[in-house]
Design a protein around this ligand. Structure first.
Ligand code: T5A
Length: 214
């Protein structure tokens, strides 16, 4: 059986990753594709437990930047070994809400950690498995702030300064510029418009797969 395809959705808070991940999963399933959806941090029991430490200081103290990075990577290693790799090997398509590019954007561009070191660590945590396609949902920082405002308790990242969020958003754009894998899509318009642009890219991938199998 052919290996499944791996698609990640990335972008700042409130960009629409969860919304479009659900829409895309529905559309792929309707096209007869077996789909597994997951998220980072999370997607495993360990990952979901660590998510609370990372977002809401559930241990009673905030992790240092280095500890924060390693916690994200621990979640990723667990998710890769326990969920993503087995699903891809079973021939399923995996859709993940965030993955390695979030580490580059938040810990690299946002916190100022060395990108080359992050690359090596991401590689270690994922056994060098990479997404086939990454959709970067792009929205201006102000729009991201407006969408998350009033959604209840802000997490540790949402409480960061505007300058941090600017660096993260710029970081995502820089990553997209330097990579053929990352497709930057405007997520400020109507939901249906963004969904159409995502589907156009995924349909191309699906068509290639079907041509290959024919
Ligand atoms: N993190 C994560 C790191 O620092 N390093 C890492 O390595 C990783 C993996 C995780 C936090 O951890 C950090 C980044 C994050 O701060 P999270 O819950 O994954 O937290 O992240 P959030 O981005 O905060 O999740 P959100 O649910 O806020 O954002 P989504 O999923 O992007 O947005 P969504 O879909 O829930 O909501 C979008 C809203 O906008 C409206 C929708 O109606 C909805 O209300 N909207 C549109 N939505 C989509 N398309 C359009 N065109 C829309 N127009 C309006």
């Amino acid at each position: 059986m052919a290996r499944g395809r791996f698609i990640t959705l990335e972008g700042p808070e409130g960009a629409g990753k969860s919304t479009h991940l659900a829409l895309l999963a529905e559309r792929l399933r309707a096209a007869g594709v077996p789909v597994l959806t997951t998220r980072e941090p999370g997607g495993t029991r360990l990952g979901e437990a660590v998510r609370a430490l990372l977002q809401y200081d559930a241990a009673g103290e905030a992790p240092t930047p280095t500890a924060e990075l390693l916690l994200f990577l621990a979640c990723r290693a667990q998710l890769m070994d326990e969920v993503i790799r087995p699903a891809l090997e079973r021939g399923e398509w995996v859709l993940s809400d965030r993955f390695c590019d979030s580490t580059f954007a938040y810990q690299g561009y946002g916190r100022g950690m060395d990108l080359a070191e992050l690359k090596a660590l991401n590689r270690f945590a994922t056994h060098a498995w990479k997404p086939d396609l990454t959709v970067l949902l792009d929205i201006p920082e102000e729009e991201s702030r407006a969408r998350v405002a009033g959604r209840g308790r802000a997490d540790r990242f949402e409480r960061e300064q505007d300058a941090f969020h600017r660096r993260v958003a710029e970081g995502f754009r820089a990553l997209a510029k330097g990579s053929a894998r990352i497709l930057r899509i405007d997520s400020t318009g109507a939901r249906e418009e963004t969904a159409r642009a995502i589907w156009a890219a995924v349909e191309t991938l699906l068509q290639k797969e079907r041509d290959h199998d024919a």
